[in-house]
Design a protein around this ligand. Sequence first.
Ligand code: FHN
Length: 456
Amino acid sequence: MPTSKPSKKPPRTSASRGDWFRDAAFGLFIHFGPYAVYGRGEQVIFRDQLDQVEYTRVACKWNPRQYDARTWAKIARDAGMKYACLTTRHHDGYCLWDTATTDYSSARQAPRRDMVREFVDAFREQGIRIGLYYSLVDWRIPAYFEGPAQNPEGWAKFRGFVHEQVRELLSGYGQIDIFWFDGNWPHPAKAWHGRELVAMMRRLQPGMLINNRLHAQQPPLGYEQTPGCDADDAFPEDAGDFSTPEQEITPDARRTWEACMTSTWRLWGYTTGERWHNADYLLDMLCKTASLGGNLILNVGPKPDGAFPAPFTSRMKAIGQWLKRHGEAIYGSEGGDVTEFVTYGMQTRRGNNLYLIMRFWDRRPEMTVAGLETKVLRATLLTTGKRLKVEQTADRLVIRGLPASPPTKLFPVIRLECEGPPRPRAWARERLWCGDPRPYVAWARQRGEGFNVDGG
Ligand code: FHN
């Protein structure tokens, strides 16, 4: 069902922090760790209930010799990604930075490398903003499972370990733009001393964005609730700056939001025998997210040797080329559900421009856009630069001069330059099901009242 109101970008997180993020629109999520050796996703130790000692042995031997953050950064840059978020520690507990809290790290084990350092340096060099993912869960630690009630002493020690690790990550690697908590479940933010933790983080990195997952209940898989959406409406100070719907593009009208999605069918860590989403499906995610006023962070699980899987790299190349030509419809755009356009695709807005993102190309020389109130001054097929003819009546805009063959394998975009911010007519704003039926009554009455062909 079409939404009843054009989706707007939610209120800014805070003028100082959120501007670049909402304009950036597109980020890279990287789930990298020793679990890649197994080729069965990032949770293999838990899902397969592997022997902890055996997994630790394999993890300590893991040495991704092809890990080259500069290559990763160039792929992300060419894909049009404006920020990137690396798992510094996932639920298996293995740390990718030179931490003093444990020897279970890439700095102390086989690689002898501070992979977080290499990541921040390489991506910053490409002008890409830095995000650090951090799992509160650590499946190695019994006190994590017992929790504060059953093991108050062990929990306090574990919580201290977590706070110190966060402090290290925010003290030793320069400006961090995003901190991406994950896995607070089943413990509430207060069990993590969330307010103290966030206060410390704000002191160390005042301009940094924090996601909502220290606070939002992150139920294990199989729960009803969409992971990453806040369980309640209140936003206490440990509730972070943006919502994180996962594996679905679900707007949060209350504030900035970022959909986190895999580029394969399911798992975040490297998985052999993957089913990959095609480039048009991945681009559809990005355009849909932008049309609803949010950001997309798209995931890759690097191979055990540290290289990105080739199917990911090729898809990102195609999307990057599309963004080179059509990026103005995505970066810095606002949600654009302005007119009745669901048949063709999606819309985004930017100032006085309305962008029509065409998922389907029906080869007809003209197309109709119904319900746009604002006068169109100029129409351009952004994909080729060709000027298009427009004829606008009260309720209908006809766009003419469209080429028969689709001008790109991905999504052609038409830019409508309007005499003001593009607005829908009342009936288009309300759509069929949500507003004043009278325009539709008059429209149906054109035929008469009755059930027969002649309206009798
Ligand atoms: O359990 C994790 C999962 O492994 C992955 O890291 C995702 C990414 O958003 N977060 C949790 C599931 O919601």
